[in-house]
Design a protein around this ligand. Structure first.
Ligand code: UDX
Ligand code: UDX
Ligand code: ADP
Length: 463
């Protein structure tokens, strides 16, 4: 099948950038991204590409070039489904907040709604591609819905997990380490795989396009994220040990990373990993393992999350202890709220949990993040339901300027590794703070020697 029209359901962090790159690289394919959320679609269509809803370096430029030519953002979901030969499902799959599997299993209601909608609307054969990260065997559920509620047309389901990392989405999409496509082993399944391979082959070398069965593809995505998260928890576990000994975690990371079997990437000790994927995917892995009675497997992976929660908690606890066991009424300034640099995404960011802890201790939080709006910060805290929205607003204040944010603070906590934090005039910040002036660097971002020379009481992770 030659693909001429693609539809993507879900205009989020995955769907938006992925479709923009496909459109740019495949001028012969019409790509339509649809979403129920009208505000989000309007933002994707904003004349000024600085206002598109996902901040990613280089994305605005690509969207600006392709939009209106072969890239469209729309709320007309049915129409886009009807036209397309190939449909990506890229809707959110949050962790369940109710019922069986609460706090563990993925909530598949949005996926199911999509499948039912596709079944209802489709009048011609289609290839359906799972792009959202999903528990193993979701493809089976989608197929069952499509085959049992459809109009008798043929559907092929492919799993094509996205490995892009936020902040480098465009780069990752333009030159991926690999593209993974899972499909049925039947001749029809293989034909569907080839159709999707031909789309990616417009810019990805064919030897980097892996073909597997559906289940391997689904499980590979969960496993990749679990391994990555495990590396962060492993180095974070060592960071705590470093703090008790005279070892330095950065030195240890460097030393082990030079072993080519270990590798140097993803060994940065931090205040804890965040993001929409790691925790959710591990919880998924734990949940399915338990469902199969594999308790040791489940416990093994769950420990990665336990360690991460501990890392966040001990960061806030250390701030309280260091500030003479009380932060009540003290201003503590957060630099950074996003879960990592170069993104406006805050999902599962460590900052949320550290702030929640400190507010419980009645600290007042001053905040500066270059990309995250105050409304988002409040909604992240409100989501925890620890206290009322009004109270959250009382305890956390956001500033447009880092120097204002740090003025009169007793301590600064660095939660995100934004590059610009390194270049601030730290002497000026020091002069305007309460003394002793504490800095808790949750990202090991700043130069310890320089900070101490200025006069800060400076503490980093793992040293
Ligand atoms: C190990 C370290 O590799 C080495 O750097 C250190 O100095 C001493 O300990 P060694 O015990 O000789 O070396 O063997 P290694 O190749 O690391 O294998 C250890 C065990 O892990 C073996 O039983 C091996 O079969 C097993 N293994 C290794 C696997 O099961 N799977 C793998 O992918 C790799
Ligand atoms: C991750 C995977 O990298 C990506 O392949 C997958 O498609 C989605 O999930 P993402 O969540 O965007 O991507 O960011 P990532 O760069 O992996 O970082 C995740 C979290 O781990 C961040 O909070 C980051 O700060 C933290 N981290 C990462 C560390 O604390 N130390 C590290 O060494 C690396
Ligand atoms: P991700 O990080 O996986 O891209 P996001 O939450 O950023 O997740 O984006 C998912 C998008 O999918 C949201 O904008 C949401 O409105 C959209 N969505 C969810 N269900 C549907 C549906 N049935 N039809 C269209 N869009 C949907």
């Amino acid at each position: 099948m030659k693909i001429t029209k693609i539809c993507c359901i879900g205009a989020g962090y995955v769907g938006g950038p992925t479709m923009a790159v496909i459109a740019e690289k495949c001028p012969h394919i019409k790509v339509t991204v649809v979403d129920l959320n009208e505000k989000r679609i309007a933002a994707w269509n904003d004349e000024n590409v600085d206002n598109i809803p996902v901040y990613e370096p280089g994305l605005g430029e690509i969207v600006g070039k392709a939009r209106g030519k072969n890239l469209f953002f729309s709320t007309e979901v049915d129409k886009a489904i009807d036209e397309a030969e190939l449909i990506f499902i890229s809707v959110n799959t949050p962790t369940k907040t109710y019922g069986t599997g609460k706090g563990m299993a993925a909530d598949l209601k949005y996926i199911e709604l999509c499948a039912r909608q596709i079944a209802r609307v489709s009048k011609t054969d289609k290839i359906i591609v799972e792009k959202s990260t999903l528990p193993v065997r979701t493809a089976e559920a989608i197929k069952s819905i499509l085959d049992n509620t459809g109009n008798g047309v043929q559907f092929q389901i492919l799993s094509n997990p996205e490995f892009l990392a936020e902040g480098t989405a465009v780069e990752d999409l333009l030159s991926p380490d690999r593209v993974l496509i899972g499909g049925e082993t039947s001749p029809e399944g293989q034909k569907a795989i080839e159709a999707l391979v031909d789309v990616y082959a417009n810019w990805v070398p064919r030897e980097r396009i892996l073909k597997t069965n559906v289940w391997s593809s689904e499980l590979s995505k969960l496993t990749a994220n679990a391994f990555l998260a495990q590396r962060v928890s492993s180095i974070n576990a060592i960071s705590e040990l470093c703090e008790k000994t005279e070892a330095n975690v950065s030195e240890v990371a460097k030393a082990i990373g030079m072993d080519s079997r270990i590798g140097s990437k993803f060994l940065k000790a931090s205040v804890g990993f965040g993001g929409s994927c790691f925790q959710k995917d591990i919880l998924n892995l734990v949940y399915i393992s338990k469902a199969f009675g594999l308790n040791e497997v489940a416990d093994y992976w769950e420990q990665v999350i336990i360690m991460n929660d501990h890392q966040k908690r001990r960061f806030s606890r250390n701030i309280v202890q260091t500030l003479y066991n009380t932060v009540s009424g003290k201003k503590i300034t957060f630099l950074g709220w996003a879960f990592k640099k170069d993104t406006n995404d805050t999902r599962e960011s460590a900052a949320i949990y550290v702030a929640d802890d400190l507010i419980n201790e009645q600290a007042t939080i001053g905040l500066f993040d270059p990309k995250v709006p105050y409304q988002q910060v409040l909604s992240d805290l409100d989501y925890l339901e620890t206290r009322s929205s009004v109270e959250n607003q009382k305890y956390i204040k956001s500033f447009d300027n880092p120097y204002e944010a740090c003025k009169d603070a007793h301590a600064i906590a660095i939660l995100t590794e934004w590059d610009e934090f390194k270049d601030y005039d730290w002497q000026r910040i020091y002069d305007n703070m309460q003394k002793p002036a504490f800095v808790f660097d949750g990202r090991n971002l700043l130069d310890a020697a320089k900070m101490k020379e200025i006069g800060f009481v400076y503490q980093a992770i793992g040293s």
